[in-house]
Design a protein around this ligand. Sequence first.
Ligand SMILES: C[S@@+](CC[C@H](N)C(=O)[O-])C[C@H]1O[C@@H](n2cnc3c(N)ncnc32)[C@H](O)[C@@H]1O
Length: 395
Amino acid sequence: MIVDELRIVGSTQTNVVMSAELIRVAQRAVRQRPANPRKEGLGQLVYPFDRDLAWAAVTYMRTPTRVLWDLYRTRAERLETLYDELCADIRDDKRALWRDGDGISVEVRRVEQFPAGERQVVGTVKNAIVDTMARRGLRLHVDPERPATRWVARQDDRGEIVVSIDLGGGSLSQRGWRRETGEAPLREHLAAVLLMLARFDPRKDVLVDPMCGSGTIPIEAYHLSRATPRQVPALRALGIDYVAEGAKSLEPSPLYPDAAPLLVGCDVDLDVLAAARDNARAARAAEAITWQRADVATLTPQVIADIARERGREPPESGLLLANPPYGERLDERDLVMVYRALAQTCRKFRGWRAGFLVGNPLLEQVFTDVIGRPRIKKPLANANLRAYFYLYEL
Ligand SMILES: C[S@@+](CC[C@H](N)C(=O)[O-])C[C@H]1O[C@@H](n2cnc3c(N)ncnc32)[C@H](O)[C@@H]1O
């Protein structure tokens, strides 16, 4: 069956955040409020396909891991039927998805329930596309390195195979700036999720990551504030493009170019801070972020007020402390309690601020309940396949 849907894929438990982000960027970028999505599972949103919306999602969204254009759906339970049904759909498809000489790549995900191996499914989808296009006189070839379009086939919760184009050309989590990683870097899209969950407002909030490691949260905060565009040349070839009326350039520009929040990353480890600086340079965010070596126990509002003054700003009255503190793989329980206690006691000094943490160890909540009280939000959120929670405290 031919379908026409835009699928936004992210980590589990991030549907609400992704939907809010798409509303934010679509209204600003293409003057459109998306329809209410269909939710599939806890980390997938499906919208009626719209070229402008797809362009806005791929170009500006930071919380998803992938943006897909779903094109075909089949209940086939055998490779032969899969091939026949796809060939029939592709033959009847009037959409301009291919050009003569294009390279394509095919990947499969979550097809464990299909009674054939992954490679066989890849081969069948690839053959259906290449053979049907050959009958139309278009020669396509497989090019896993630099394909014009990346195809994905996956089985959904009902067991149907859905074939899509991966509009972002692969994982959107990797922004391309990471040079150095520190110990346990946060995936970039999750940093954006945390900022959204903590309702980071760049017009009002100072952002301080007191345990910044390789700097993912402050770097992400900079680009989320500006809504920095991602350049995906393959989109234009698919006719997915948008140039705002009166725009001076065909290239997309940041949606909020004047956003200039005060961003601070602190860590006790000098090597890690050097990595954060390198990453920020690679991410073109170096000028916007202050990196400071500090043990979390020594961090005070005064330290942040001094940084604000050095940058010619008023000392902030409130802001957001946001971090993913160590979980405990490398620290024993006693040391971990000490680190969490120091973090909680530091938070107490930041009266009027908010503090958000992604952490996979329940000790943090116990310590914070003693020192600060209960969190306003506690939400399960996986971090690199580890069970974790996001906590938000009003200080
Ligand atoms: C899980 S990592 C943070 C990863 C970071 N979000 C990133 O994306 O790279 C935890 C960080 O906490 C830092 N840390 C541990 N104890 C600390 C302390 N007492 N004061 C400040 N930073 C500390 C570590 O050096 C490490 O970089």
